[in-house]
Design a protein around this ligand. Structure first.
Ligand SMILES: Cc1cc2nc3c(=O)[nH]c(=O)nc-3n(C[C@H](O)[C@H](O)[C@H](O)COP(=O)(O)OP(=O)(O)OC[C@H]3O[C@@H](n4cnc5c(N)ncnc54)[C@H](O)[C@@H]3O)c2cc1C
Length: 410
């Protein structure tokens, strides 16, 4: 059980590593650095249990990554007990449907609630020896340089650290609003939207319920929406929407995607039922999704969505974040152990490492997001899912990308 802690008093010497943000990237970083013996502080602005906008599908490669974070196997076993293994992706577009088998080797991917996963990860960080602080919005006050440690500002304290790892998600809200940390947003980038409901609510509204173990994707002109059943009968809905549909209420925008992907032009009744249900749910939104910013500056490294993100069609964001967090911490620990004043090149090394590890994956995901902008192409892929190039591309997403092996810093 994690109990929120009071700010640990600033010791006479700086922290070795301060991590800002206790999502997958930040927790993977804190677990890795604490396990390597670094004095680590993990700071999260929200409470210990918090939900998030996410499709809640952890790819096969993410499950492997999770297992490698914790050699005791406790983290993996705890999350597995709350997850539903995924076996199929069903894709609807222009009233066509295609089914794609998901890889199950070396392990199936999981449908997992974000409040369960993030809580378990933070708990594992504490077990590994990190100090964990919740309900504590933090801001980077100084990036650190060759001579001076970095500074992190909490509400009432200023803490110093040899290295700061920023893992605070898409918005990078802990970073200074200076040109150096500005994020480049891709043109025509979509925005995220999501909600939780239940199988009971779907049945009552006369709407189709995703089967356990199945991801149901809906692709339409306004964007795409995925539904997945979580353990306990909860349903996660996550969408990437065109951001230029000004004037259309969000519930209606999502309802049109869900209905027209399944029923094409005969979707008025389905749209009405989805819109009625969605208007009763608490919708969570995000900023523009596809973006990137610099990987580091001075003694500050950026990992996970805060560094770069590509819209979520391939469902790999958590996997990228787990991988990047662990790698950033690995690099930080190498720098801490180095006798050759590593600070001048630290950020540059991280820039190279993140490009090497993630650039190809991001590129493939971008290509797929591009395909998802044409519901007609997706419908053709669904109709000919076993042999068309587009069908092959979709099959590759759910097989090749999800299985892509993870690796350390070369
Ligand atoms: C619509 C949608 C669907 C998605 N579907 C999937 C999917 O199915 N599978 C998948 O793998 N990925 C999916 N993703 C992506 C996935 O959610 C992210 O890539 C992943 O959560 C990134 O992890 P992170 O640790 O970098 O950031 P986050 O998970 O965002 O964690 C950042 C943490 O930092 C905290 N924080 C923020 N600011 C501060 C501050 N100033 N001080 C302290 N703490 C702070 C936040 O509260 C948060 O807990 C989806 C994303 C969207 C938008």
């Amino acid at each position: 059980m994690i109990v929120p802690t009071q700010p640990p008093p600033q010791a006479s010497s700086p922290w070795d590593v301060i991590v800002i943000g206790a999502g997958p990237a930040g927790c993977a970083a804190a677990i890795t650095s604490a396990r390597a013996g670094a004095r680590t502080l993990l700071i999260e602005k929200g409470p210990a249990k918090r939900d998030k906008l996410c499709g809640c599908c952890l790819a096969t490669s993410g499950v492997t990554q999770l297992r490698s974070l914790d050699t005791s196997g406790k983290l993996h076993a705890h999350v597995a007990a709350h997850a539903l293994p995924l076996h199929t992706a069903r894709v609807h577009a222009h009233a066509r449907t295609g089914s794609f088998a998901l890889p199950t080797s070396p392990a199936p991917g999981w449908a997992i609630s974000r409040s369960v996963l993030d809580f378990a990860l933070a708990h594992a960080a504490r077990q590994a020896g990190a100090h964990v602080l919740f309900d504590a919005p933090a801001h980077l006050a100084f990036e650190g340089d060759a001579q001076r440690p970095a500074l992190v500002q909490l509400e009432q304290h200023t803490l110093s650290a040899q290295i700061v790892l920023i893992a605070d998600g898409l918005q990078g809200s802990s970073l200074p609003r200076t040109p150096a940390w500005h994020a480049r947003v891709a043109p025509r980038s979509r925005i995220g939207l999501g909600a939780h409901t239940s199988t009971h609510a779907l049945l009552q509204a006369g709407l189709p319920v995703p089967r356990p173990g199945e991801i149901v994707m809906h692709v339409a002109d306004g964007g795409y929406a995925g539904l997945v059943q979580l353990a306990g009968g909860d349903i996660d809905l996550a969408c990437a929407l065109r951001s230029d549909a000004a004037g259309t209420p969000r519930p209606l925008q999502v309802a049109r995607i869900l209905a027209s992907a399944c029923a094409g032009t005969h979707s008025a009744d389905l749209t009405r039922r989805w819109a009625a249900l969605l208007s009763t749910l608490r919708l969570r939104g995000s900023a523009h999704l596809t973006r990137a910013r610099r990987a580091g500056l001075g003694r500050t490294l950026v990992a996970g969505d805060a560094r770069a993100y590509v819209e979520p069609f391939s469902g790999e964001g958590m996997t990228w974040a787990l991988l990047a967090g662990a790698q950033a911490a690995q690099l930080a620990c190498e720098a801490l152990a180095s006798t050759h004043a590593p600070w001048a090149t630290l950020a540059q090394r991280w820039e190279h490492a993140t490009r090497r590890t993630l650039a190809a994956r991001h590129l493939r995901c971008r290509a797929l997001a591009h395909l998802a902008r044409s519901p007609a192409a997706v419908a053709a892929a669904c109709a000919l899912s076993h042999w068309s190039p587009a069908g092959l591309a979709l099959r590759n997403v759910f097989a090749g990308l999800w299985q892509a092996p993870t690796r350390g810093i070369a």
